[in-house]
Design a protein around this ligand. Sequence first.
Ligand SMILES: C[S@@+](CC[C@H](N)C(=O)[O-])C[C@H]1O[C@@H](n2cnc3c(N)ncnc32)[C@H](O)[C@@H]1O
Length: 249
Amino acid sequence: MSGVSDPNRQNMSEFVQVNRKVFYAAADRNKDVILEQLKPILDKSRLVLEVGSGSGQHIYRFSKDYPNVVFQPTEYDSNLLTSIDAYADELNKEGYHINPALELDATNSEHWERVQKVGLQSQDQQHQQKQVNSAATPTIHGVYDLLITTNVFHISPWIVGQSIVRGAGKVLRNGGRLAIYGPFKKDGKFNTESNRQFDETLRGRNPSWGVRDIEEIEAVAKNEADLKLDRIIDMPSNNYMLLFSKVAN
Ligand SMILES: C[S@@+](CC[C@H](N)C(=O)[O-])C[C@H]1O[C@@H](n2cnc3c(N)ncnc32)[C@H](O)[C@@H]1O
């Protein structure tokens, strides 16, 4: 990640670690504006999945306002799992519900199956029913009410973004929502010169990274995941929030 001309751009060097907890300045800056947009969805949610939870700051902030919602954090970088769990422990001691963080490489179908299985177990616990047999094959029906992913699509290969959308199509219940936050292009065009420069810097650091096009994400969502793009919300610092909903199949 790189700052370029936008001070709100997440910069991996812009982090500190205290005991087990990693702290990203960017996540701290954007957590409240993201939460504000998610509130109407969180108000009606019971089980929420985050892909690429990073430090764990977002899920901590979201959970704080929603003590009765079960949150499932996941992270690609296994070194960050302890940080996410450290944030979670603080709230769970007070009776909140953040599940242990799971390792999730979005391109790995077995990881998605595990996420789905844990979601089913959480749902059963919520219903106070018997637990799912751990050897059971995960159901094809989705369980999560909401999948959140922030600042992941541009800092990973395009296959990761595609896989997150496809995964959302599997693990979301009908009517469930997918929320994707970050910088995006519209119709192949950058919304600002700073985002064009940011894209150039990203590609310079890793040729498989880059700011994605909303229309390309929408095409995967529609054609491969039964997800309909409901809203594109303008967010501070030239970012967007893309909100999709799972249509019955
Ligand atoms: C900039 S960090 C964003 C962290 C956090 N969401 C935030 O906004 O602070 C980029 C994230 O991309 C995620 N990522 C990269 N490759 C991935 C993959 N193959 N599968 C899932 N997530 C991936 C990592 O988990 C990493 O946390």
